[in-house]
Design a protein around this ligand. Structure first.
Ligand SMILES: [Zn+2]
Ligand SMILES: [Zn+2]
Length: 275
């Protein structure tokens, strides 16, 4: 297989025992790339046989807390588990440098303790941030990652990513409604991973804050329509809102099926999809 995707966290911001926060692992051409770093990401990485020191890069779709709240754990664990001084490349939309800077401030006492304690740990964590908008953001060993602007307003800027290797392609869309940038990324893709929302359920929740989420996420129907419009082969539903019942997979999949003929995967944590 050219590209393996492992869903590290398929949860939404509401904590759940079986669904970690937003994070997806992509392994292609010997590269190990982490997309988003939500709640529990290091535990789920371990479940996929990966420790943070093995990551070649972290790529962030946007700076909502449910997508970045455990980035500090990735940075710290990569640092303390590396045998030699290494940078951790982090790509994300404008604003990422500010977030990482604040995170390093939070980690300062811990860094001080560990550097003082361990004679063989002579360096500090070295996250290396590149803020990205669109175009090629990463290219190495036959693996190419392209970014494009997505639409998660009023959260902006946000980006989605297309990963290409050996003629295959996958899209990690992040939180977005259908838009031109998303279509550009998805065009002819083998796998399209979309965070999704069931507006029929969310409309029943008598709380303004819940209602607001309908505006800026793809519904299951919209994700299926994007998949069809862009001639995608496999649609992967993740980050389901609201948290689905344990036996709800068929129901969610059936809704997408009405609009898309290709393969549909209802994502659970640590599911792997390959192409
Ligand atoms: Zn978001
Ligand atoms: Zn989210």
């Amino acid at each position: 297989m050219a590209i393996d995707i492992t869903l590290l966290g398929t949860g939404n911001p509401i904590p759940d025992r079986d669904r970690a926060g937003a994070a997806t692992l992509v392994r292609a051409g010997g590269k190990t790339l982490l997309f988003d770093a939500g709640r529990g990401v290091c535990m789920r990485l371990a479940g996929a046989g990966v420790v943070p020191a093995m990551l070649d890069a972290v790529l962030l779709t946007h700076l909502h807390s449910d997508h970045i709240c455990d980035l500090n754990d990735v940075v710290t664990t990569q640092w303390v588990m590396s045998q030699v001084e290494r940078q951790l490349p982090i790509y994300g939309p404008p604003g990422t440098a500010e977030v990482v800077e604040g995170m390093l401030t939070m980690l300062r006492p811990d860094v001080r303790y560990r550097v003082a304690h361990h004679a063989d740990l002579t360096w500090e964590p070295r996250p290396d941030v590149t803020e990205v908008h669109s175009g090629v953001v990463f290219e190495d060993a036959g693996v190419r990652v392209v970014a494009a602007a997505t639409d998660h307003r009023p959260v902006e800027p946000t980006v989605g990513f297309r990963i290409e290797c050996e003629g295959k392609s996958v899209v990690i869309a992040g939180d977005t409604v259908p838009c031109a940038g998303l279509d550009e990324l998805c065009s002819g893709a083998d796998i399209y991973v979309q965070t999704v929302l069931r507006d029929d359920f969310v409309r029943l929740v008598p709380m303004q804050r819940f209602q607001d989420t309908i505006d800026y996420h793809s519904t299951v129907v919209q994700a299926a329509e994007t998949a069809k419009r862009c001639d995608v082969r496999t649609l992967v539903l993740t980050h389901q809102i609201p948290t689905p019942a344990p036996d709800a997979a068929d129901e969610w999949t059936a809704i997408a099926r009405e609009h898309f003929d290709g393969e549909i995967v209802f994502g659970n944590d640590l599911d792997t999809v390959s192409v």
